[in-house]
Design a protein around this ligand. Structure first.
Ligand SMILES: [Zn+2]
Ligand SMILES: [Zn+2]
Length: 790
């Protein structure tokens, strides 16, 4: 056992096994090999570039004082493009130094032109504050960087508007504060040289669509004052960053994606927990109050939590410093507790060297745990996502990732905690029983090859466009030329606003008719938000958008807020308020709804013989009718309870495909099996969409039917769960072949016999996962793919 000295700061030498040896021992435990793929991600030396000739010596010296000797090649490339006036997005890995790519041209310009200004936007105040510290630390004369957000004292705001030349803020403040008060900002906007948009991949879906229009409003005000700023965006790695950045800004944007920063070597294993033997006893005992039929999710695979706990115990027993990422806090506690128990069974006392991050820990206590892990006093730690962890917690020997974290960016962020200079580390992704996880562990190219998931948004969403045009009209009357700036659908939206009495048309343009400015919340959607109130104290914990409230805040729902668990006592729809009390039961709740859908219009379609692929507007009527309670540790269903909530309507965008009944018969799908085939294909297709677009399966809904009244054919619909659409269905339509190919493969490659949560069962099914036919779903998708590709 290594000794640990309190004086050691960085992780000491590791006497443990090599990653390859360790992995060999881990996978030799069970009868079947759970490893589906091992990727050796080699160490990569950085590729430095000389400072661009335009970078002034005092700026180079300032960076050198902060330890930046020379830029990496991608930083220099993006910086030079921006300096030459091209809009640019730099989309490279975590910790690849994206900030230098925009700091360099922006600060060089501020030094060269004592009047120029820079506006920096971050999705959170905390990130803007981090950037402020970084820019201020360069100590450049005359830049006077300052944060301008909701926390900025009134007394300082005027000084910032007049004197700061590097203002850091967020889209909400730009929308609520800067743009409506543009007269006070005219001096700043007139001289605006750069707009920096950091972490731009976070502007997705409906929120992203709102931000896209806030940026168009900013461009309009700049144009009025005579400036045309260059946009520099920073993004996590993603598919097609240039298109996403172009949609966000409305401008042509060049992408820089070649990451030239150094990284350590990692042995990366993809791990699929084994199927349970069919007669391994009832893992899902049916309690008396259950509905009793076989519609509940059956546990077919060993749970990812148990598998991760075992792996954690094994690596700790080997003396390997290991961090396990688990998606929920309760899950992290289960992993730590199971690992401790296993270790104590082997060597009493050894369990003490494993801990979980628990809620309620103070920042100092968390840092103490991190220090103990780095020193080796603690060998294993189970935690939720990286947000709670200190940025310094790197250099571990092994990282276990329990379930795909949703995006490749998060996956690499978590894996990036492993590995120290000169030493290889081990990373293991343990698949959960989810179609996307199943697909990924069988398709390593989707993780290690070129990224395909794209950040999507839809600025043409009429539910976003109309309120944003109202904001623009409040700021300055709209002219016909402005309509082109706001893009497709702007004229229709203006006409609607005129008809509704919000705008008045005059020869010179469209005028806002009211004194007050329009109330538009960038993050609110789907109706008035519902307040979450703690009954005993009357404390307002937060709000949930109206669209999600029936799902998340029904009576009996377990609601998580900043890591603390509450149970809902009552959802009052009239007052728009949910009363909750703090409680941490060992189950989670899963609402179920029933859905009806009608086609409003077809935007685009592909006629592929017996198969049709469509994109269009639909009306969805859905009602949350019941919820399931499930044990967190095992996924076991405890019971299903009815709910009494009203139906709701949603006008949104859907992608759908139809097949002729004859083509299904020819493919060997019996008429009686058509509903189960379509239903299974629908579930898996929804599960795989996050591979193509950064959404999660809760952002989208689906419906399948053997005959639909509008298409008059067997049909599968997948729709955006947000009013007006959020771009997810559109992305699915645009990548239909790749998306449905991945769906088909995920189903076919799942080793289960007749369908399981890893392939065709869905945790949010309104029909209790019944009927479902796994083999027929493959036949359906084969017919679609064969015809689409012809
Ligand atoms: Zn399966
Ligand atoms: Zn279903």
């Amino acid at each position: 056992m290594e000794s640990s000295s309190a004086a050691t700061v960085s992780a000491g030498p590791s006497p443990g096994p090599t990653p390859a040896d360790l992995l060999r021992r881990l996978r030799a435990r069970g009868a079947a090999d759970p490893v589906t793929h091992v990727e050796r991600v080699p160490a990569r030396p950085g590729v430095p570039a000389p400072w661009p000739s335009w970078a002034p010596p005092e700026l180079r010296a300032a960076f050198a004082r902060r330890g930046v000797v020379a830029p990496w090649q991608h930083q220099a490339q993006a910086a030079t493009l921006a300096y030459e006036g091209e809009h640019v997005v730099v989309a490279t890995g975590t910790a690849s130094g994206k900030s230098l790519a925009y700091q360099l041209p922006a600060l060089a310009t501020l030094l060269a032109d004592p009047r120029a200004t820079v506006l920096y936007l971050a999705p959170t105040k905390a990130l803007a504050a981090d950037q402020l510290r970084a820019v201020a630390a360069l100590e450049l004369e005359g830049v006077r960087p300052a944060c301008y957000d909701g926390d900025t004292p009134r007394t300082e705001r005027e000084w910032i508007r007049r004197h700061s030349r590097f203002v850091l803020t967020n889209p909400d403040m730009l929308h609520h504060g800067v743009l409506p008060g543009h007269a006070q900002w005219s001096g700043f906007l007139r001289r605006l040289a750069y707009v920096v948009i950091d972490e731009c991949h976070t502007y997705r879906g409906v929120f992203g669509s709102h931000v896209a229009h806030v940026l168009r409003r900013l461009r309009r005000q700049c144009a009025r004052f005579g400036s045309t700023p260059v946009f520099v965006l920073a993004s996590a790695t993603s598919g097609d960053p240039s298109t996403a950045a172009g949609r966000l800004t409305g401008l042509p944007v060049t992408a820089v994606t070649e990451d030239a920063s150094p990284r350590g070597g990692v042995t990366f294993a993809l791990w699929e927990p084994p199927l349970l033997p069919p007669d391994s006893g009832p893992s899902t005992p049916v309690p008396p109050q259950s509905t009793g039929d076989h519609d509940d999710l059956q546990q077919v695979r060993r749970s990812a939590l148990r598998e991760t706990a075992d792996l954690l115990a094994d690596t700790v027993a080997e003396g390997v410093r290991t961090l396990a990422f688990v998606r929920s806090r309760k899950g992290a506690e289960v992993v730590a507790a199971n690992a401790r128990r296993a270790l104590d069974d082997a060597v009493p006392g050894l369990g003490d060297r494993v801990a979980a991050y628990r809620g309620g820990y103070l920042r100092e206590e968390r840092r103490e745990l991190e220090r103990a892990l780095l020193h080796g006093d603690l060998l294993g730690l189970a935690s939720t996502n990286a947000l709670e962890l200190g940025v310094d917690l790197v250099g571990l020997d092994a990282v276990l990732i329990c379930g795909y974290p949703g995006t490749r960016a998060s996956l690499w962020q978590q894996a990036g905690r492993a590995g120290r200079s000169g030493q290889e580390a081990l990373a293991v992704l343990v698949a959960r029983d989810d179609p996307l996880d199943t697909y990924l562990v069988h398709h390593p190219e989707a993780i290690f090859g070129a990224p395909v998931e794209a950040t999507v948004l839809d600025p043409a969403n009429p539910y976003v466009l109309a309120p944003q045009l109202a904001c623009a009209a409040f700021e300055a009357p709209l002219t016909p030329a402005d309509l082109a700036l706001f893009g497709d659908g702007a004229k229709e939206a203006v006409d609607q606003l005129v008809a509704a009495g919000a705008l008045r048309q005059r020869p010179t343009g469209w005028y806002w008719r009211h004194r007050e400015r329009p109330e538009v919340d960038l993050r609110g959607e789907g109706g008035a938000p519902v307040c979450v109130v703690e009954s005993s104290t009357g404390r307002l914990l937060g709000t949930v958008d109206g669209g999600s409230s029936h799902f998340l805040l029904h009576s009996g729902a377990v609601y998580l807020h900043q890591g603390v668990s509450y149970v809902v006592d009552d959802l009052d729809l009239v007052d728009g308020c949910a009363l909750v009390h703090a409680e941490e039961p060992d189950w989670s709740t899963h609402a179920r709804d029933v859905t009806d859908l009608s086609v409003v219009s077809v935007r685009s379609y592909v006629d592929a013989g017996p198969v049709g692929m469509f994109l269009g507007e639909v009306d969805v009527t859905s009602q949350v009718v019941s919820y399931q309670r499930r044990r967190i540790a095992t996924g076991e269903v405890i019971d299903t309870r009815p709910l009494d909530l009203p139906a709701r309507e949603l006008r949104t965008v859907a992608v759908w495909f139809t097949l002729s009944p004859q083509s299904l018969t020819l493919a060997g799908v019996q008429p009686a099996d058509v509903p189960g085939a379509l239903h299974a294909a629908e579930h898996a297709a929804i599960g795989l969409l996050p591979l193509m677009a950064t959404c999660d399966r809760w952002d989208i809904g689906g419906l399948s039917t053997a005959v639909h009244q509008d298409t008059e054919a067997p049909t599968v619909f997948v729709y955006d769960g947000h009013p007006g659409g959020a771009g997810f269905a559109e992305r699915a339509y645009g990548t239909a072949s790749a998306w449905l190919r991945a769906t088909r493969d995920a189903i076919a490659e799942c080793g289960c016999e007749s369908g399981c949560p890893s392939c065709v069962q869905s945790p949010k099914c309104g029909n209790g996962n019944n009927p479902l036919s796994k083999p027929d779903a493959i036949r359906v998708l084969d017919v679609v793919l064969a015809n689409l590709l012809e």
